[in-house]
Design a protein around this ligand. Structure first.
Ligand code: 13P
Length: 248
């Protein structure tokens, strides 16, 4: 069965609640495309109003972060049951900004993937290499190691419902997109590795996105590649241009 494409915005630390509502309203008539899954991953404070604002549309809401405990003394954190109760469907895990700025390890990321599945959230698991690793050629081993550690103990049935985002760090927010061939090569590498870790049907089912300076101009070419099943979009998801990626 053909994999359904998934176009997700990662708003990062942008959009006050009122700005968020305006963007959602502006996008509403433009992203009405049932052929793809459309997701807005939004800051915690925007979740409640945005879930309300997209009711009755094809858009689903994701969160950008959570903690692995259900509740308790974890000042500043938000839990999976809180997100689920608020109507959140997807959760970004392992973004390079959380790994690099907030020190999240593969051990924590693995716990988050398992907790997300156990809670009924669909993880969007991010991986990807630095410029140094890209230039040295060691990026293939690096990506495989991230996938192996982050999916330790995760079942094949869960991986079939997983979204993996390949996001080369050197392409994030830099305007320097990976070429469609580079992105395809890495996404295929990930799919082949899932086949090795699990089996062919699991590799066929898992959806793999590209992320990194994806925009209205380059989306169609990236999305035409056989192993690229969607995009995780930062900067370009904050504008109505995002609709052009959804419809690319
Ligand atoms: P940009 O699209 O701004 O490069 O960000 C990509 C990204 O990090 C999405 O998670």
């Amino acid at each position: 069965m053909a994999r359904k494409k998934i176009i997700a915005g990662n708003w990062k630390m942008n959009m006050t609640p009122s700005e968020a509502l305006k963007l959602v309203e502006d996008l509403k008539p433009l992203v009405n495309n049932d052929a793809v899954d459309v997701v807005y991953c939004v800051p915690a404070i925007d979740i409640v109003p945005v879930v309300e604002a997209v009711k009755g549309t094809n858009v689903q809401i994701g969160a950008e972060n959570f903690y692995i405990e259900d509740k308790g003394a974890f000042t500043g954190e938000i839990s999976a049951p809180m997100l689920v109760d608020a109507g959140v469907k997807y959760i970004i895990i392992g973004h390079s900004e959380r790994r690099d700025i907030f020190g999240e390890s593969d051990i924590l990321i693995n716990k988050k993937v398992k907790k997300a599945f156990a809670s009924g959230l669909s993880p969007i698991l991010c991986c990807g290499e630095s410029l140094e690793l890209r230039e040295s050629g060691a990026y293939t081993e690096w990506i495989k190691r991230q996938i192996k550690w982050d999916l330790e103990g995760v079942t094949a049935d869960q991986v079939k419902n997983l979204v993996i985002a390949y996001e080369p760090i050197w392409a994030i927010g830099t305007g320097k997109t990976a070429t469609a061939d580079q992105a395809q090569e890495a996404c295929k590498l990930i799919r082949d590795y899932i086949a090795e870790l699990y089996d062919a049907p699991t590799a066929e089912a898992v959806r793999i996105q590209y992320g990194g300076s994806m925009n209205a101009g380059n989306a169609a070419e990236l999305l035409s590649k056989p192993d690229i099943d969607g995009g995780l979009i930062g900067g370009a998801s904050l504008k109505v241009d995002f609709a052009q990626i959804v419809n690319a």
